[in-house]
Design a binder for this molecule. Structure first.
Ligand SMILES: Nc1ncnc2c1ncn2[C@@H]1O[C@H](COP(=O)(O)OP(=O)(O)O)[C@@H](O)[C@H]1O
Ligand SMILES: Nc1ccn([C@@H]2O[C@H](COP(=O)(O)OP(=O)(O)O)[C@@H](O)[C@H]2O)c(=O)n1
Length: 228
């Protein structure tokens, strides 16, 4: 079976990484959560005085972007990759509401995107990779053999994220999450550089009424059609 590149894009919190991780594990591909990389840059910015309230010191971040090293390491307990920022495991910290509320503005910056896209393309050089995000099928891997664009209603997506945070024992407000999901969708779709949009050759999946199992089966069917 030939190795291919799989790009999964779409709106926030609809289940992209859930299905991407499952597929990667099953077929022995590398999985990369590109959103985790933008979240790590955001966490770095919060922790290093790049934010003054909501205002970003873009000059400072531009000077420091090359010092931000992001990597992934398999967590043996969860069987999934954890995100590391300059050698420190930040997997939990990058999922906080504070990071969620600041990540989309950081992701509009052209020099941040340039750096992340270059790293992502290096990770995918050998193919055999599943990457999820917002611009994977349009910008990072425009030649990917399989492209999926996932969507679901904002209310369902906010509910899924709410349930996830609650299950982890984290404080969460449904209304705050719904507002954040809608706000990020707006910024992600309307930014100048690589806005969130469906690549022309991507398959559309609305998983509002699909279970995790059903969407996984759907993705496997698409993979089997393309990788033969
Ligand atoms: N089809 C589904 N039905 C119900 N919950 C789902 C479904 N797909 C994913 N989830 C759950 O929704 C939450 C968000 O999924 P995730 O894969 O992190 O989304 P994304 O990567 O698109 O932000 C997770 O807790 C996940 O377990
Ligand atoms: N390829 C990507 C991936 C994420 N992002 C940005 O990073 C944010 C967080 O991505 P994510 O995948 O972790 O988002 P969730 O839907 O998982 O909450 C998005 O809202 C985008 O602003 C991006 O600009 N490009």
């Amino acid at each position: 079976m030939k190795k291919i590149t799989i790009a999964i894009d779409g709106f926030s919190s609809c289940g992209k990484s859930t299905m991407a991780k499952d597929l990667a594990r099953e077929v022995g591909y590398i999985y990369i959560d590109s959103g985790a990389m933008y979240r790590a840059v955001t966490l770095y910015s919060i922790e290093n005085g790049i934010f003054n309230g909501d205002v970003i010191d873009t000059e400072k971040l531009k000077n420091e972007i090359k010092n931000i090293r992001i990597s992934f390491q398999l967590n043996k307990e969860t069987g999934r990759p954890d995100t590391y920022l300059n050698g420190v495991n930040v997997e939990n910290k990058i999922r906080s509401m504070e990071v969620s509320s600041k990540v989309s503005p950081i992701s509009t910056l052209d020099f941040v995107r340039e750096e992340m896209v270059a790293q992502q393309q290096t990770m995918g050089k050998e193919k055999g990779i599943v990457m999820d995000g917002r611009d994977i099928g349009t910008t990072v891997f425009p030649d990917a053999e399989l492209k999926i664009f996932v969507t679901a209603t904002p209310e369902i997506r906010a509910q899924r994220r709410y349930d996830e945070l609650k299950a982890k024992g984290q404080e969460a407000s449904f209304d705050e999450i719904l507002e954040n999901v809608k706000q990020r969708d707006y910024i992600d779709q309307n930014r100048e550089v690589s806005p969130l949009r469906k690549a022309e050759d991507a398959l559309l999946l609305d998983n509002t009424h699909l279970s995790i199992e059903e969407q996984k089966e759907w993705l496997f069917r698409q993979f089997n059609k393309v990788s033969k």
